[in-house]
Design a protein around this ligand. Sequence first.
Ligand SMILES: NC(=O)c1ccc[n+]([C@@H]2O[C@H](COP(=O)([O-])OP(=O)(O)OC[C@H]3O[C@@H](n4cnc5c(N)ncnc54)[C@H](OP(=O)(O)O)[C@@H]3O)[C@@H](O)[C@H]2O)c1
Length: 240
Amino acid sequence: MERKAVIIGATSGIGRALAEELHSRGYALGLTGRRVERLEELKNSLGKNVKIQFMDVTKTRDAIDQLEMLIRELKHMDIIVLNAGVSNFRGSTMWKTEKRVIDVNIRGFTALANYSFDYFEKKGNGHIVGISSVAGHFGYGLSAAYNASKAFVSTYLQGYRQRANHSKADIAVTDIIPGFVESEMTDGKPGMFWVAGKDKAARQIANAIESRKNRAYITKRWWLVGWVLKLVPNWVLDRI
Ligand SMILES: NC(=O)c1ccc[n+]([C@@H]2O[C@H](COP(=O)([O-])OP(=O)(O)OC[C@H]3O[C@@H](n4cnc5c(N)ncnc54)[C@H](OP(=O)(O)O)[C@@H]3O)[C@@H](O)[C@H]2O)c1
């Protein structure tokens, strides 16, 4: 049976590249974002088996209703990729900026992950994929809210993987942990290294989804950075 994947935040960067990759692998897609003209353009360029839906994840009640509408159009959902995210890496620690990060990366993410788990439990199977970050492994003064939000995503997904292991339903939970990937979010960001092209990142994410991995570093060599970061003592990290 045709697999149906919903991507939250498919209008640019990793989300758009993943939409193209999964479509080329034969998935039917439900794509969301706020920039509807981009969704329409993507739908036209991909061709058949694509449904689109406006969604601002910070309006959580509306976002859940919009996800339900999209699922009805698709008939069902097998995979949800919670990709929508914003960063404050440009160094703003103003409350307005940090609040936006929390609203998108934590509130929006949690509302849709929570809904999806219940949906998959009722359906009997499914797959939740969250896009976290290596940034979630440590605190960083120039983007404190962003790094903390990604720590939330990874820890939340681990909790839901435990829930899935206690559930009668067959639910996979995958934590995608990218290093640097070219995208609008990282455009102009100084000091980046090992920057992956978004198509390469999308291929590796799609492979991780199809292997039902618990967690996957993107690209793979970022595993090394993740491992080193876990060994670095806090007194060193406190002085970065
Ligand atoms: N690029 C990297 O190096 C990197 C590294 C680690 C993790 N990540 C994570 O990867 C994910 C994708 O980021 P990206 O690099 O591809 O950045 P991007 O090109 O800026 O894409 C962000 C996506 O999130 C959506 N989005 C933002 N605010 C939203 C809102 N309020 N409601 C709904 N959708 C919203 C955007 O759609 P609209 O603006 O159309 O709504 C867009 O599709 C993020 O979670 C990011 O934290 C990226």
